[in-house]
Design a binder for this molecule. Structure first.
Ligand SMILES: N[C@@H](CCC(=O)N[C@@H](CS)C(=O)NCC(=O)O)C(=O)O
Length: 209
């Protein structure tokens, strides 16, 4: 039976889960929540995620939120076929580490920068946010020495890509505020490759299309 997947357009965390579902070929019913309509604050959803955030899934009555936990659940739910984590112990540990690093160290400055640009804060504030983002990107530039973050295409790529894609989108829409060279070369090349993947094309946030 298909599980319910609760999604909000533009959420990098929800996009990660969508990519994981598609990659593993797990059937799902797409439940698009509207942030503008406040769907994520309504009781029908807060019983699924009391933190009022997307993503979440409900699988046969079992509700789960927090994107990283959902991705691990999906991997263990369907063991055959495409994998989200490497079969190799050390690669798998590194993929998990990168996911935690993306959530702990990449997402916060990305969100601060997004807010500074979208809310048209002062040039000094935007420059400070961009500076912090640039400093974080240095770590990812160093981590990327092959086609994927670690081993083959994995949950680590599916975690980082939506965050990087958001940066690209903010940059395209605000070329004056955002430096064109913010993404370092290996990250930019990897992102361009990721963007060409059929599952990435299929799961582009609806309002971006
Ligand atoms: N740690 C959570 C973060 C989820 C999250 O922050 N979702 C945002 C969208 S990007 C959200 O639903 N925000 C709505 C709100 O805070 O009211 C996860 O990984 O699932």
């Amino acid at each position: 039976m298909a599980l319910d997947f609760y999604y909000g357009s533009g959420s990098p965390f929800a996009w990660r889960v969508w990519l994981a579902l598609e990659h593993k070929g797990i059937p799902y019913t797409f439940k698009l929540l509207s942030f503008d309509a406040g769907d994520h604050e309504k009781p029908a959803y807060t019983v699924v995620n009391p933190r009022h955030k997307v993503p979440a899934i409900v699988d046969g009555g079992f509700a789960l939120y927090e994107s990283a936990a959902i991705v691990e659940y999906l991997e263990e739910k369907k063991t055959g076929g495409a994998r989200l984590f490497s079969a190799d112990l050390r690669e798998r540990a590194t993929q998990r580490r990168l996911i935690r690093e993306a959530d702990s160290y990449f997402a916060p400055p990305m969100e601060t920068m997004l807010e500074a640009v979208m809310e048209k804060k002062s040039p000094t504030e935007i420059a400070a946010a961009v500076h912090k983002m640039r400093a974080e990107l240095v770590h990812w530039e160093a981590a990327l020495d092959s086609d994927h973050l670690v081993g083959g295409l994995s949950a680590a790529d599916f975690t980082l890509y939506p965050l990087v894609a958001l940066i690209e989108r903010i940059g395209q829409r605000n070329p004056v505020a955002m430096p064109a060279d913010l993404l370092p070369p290996r990250v930019a090349t990897w992102a361009a490759r990721m963007r060409e993947l059929p599952i990435v094309q299929k799961t582009l946030p609806p309002h971006w299309k």
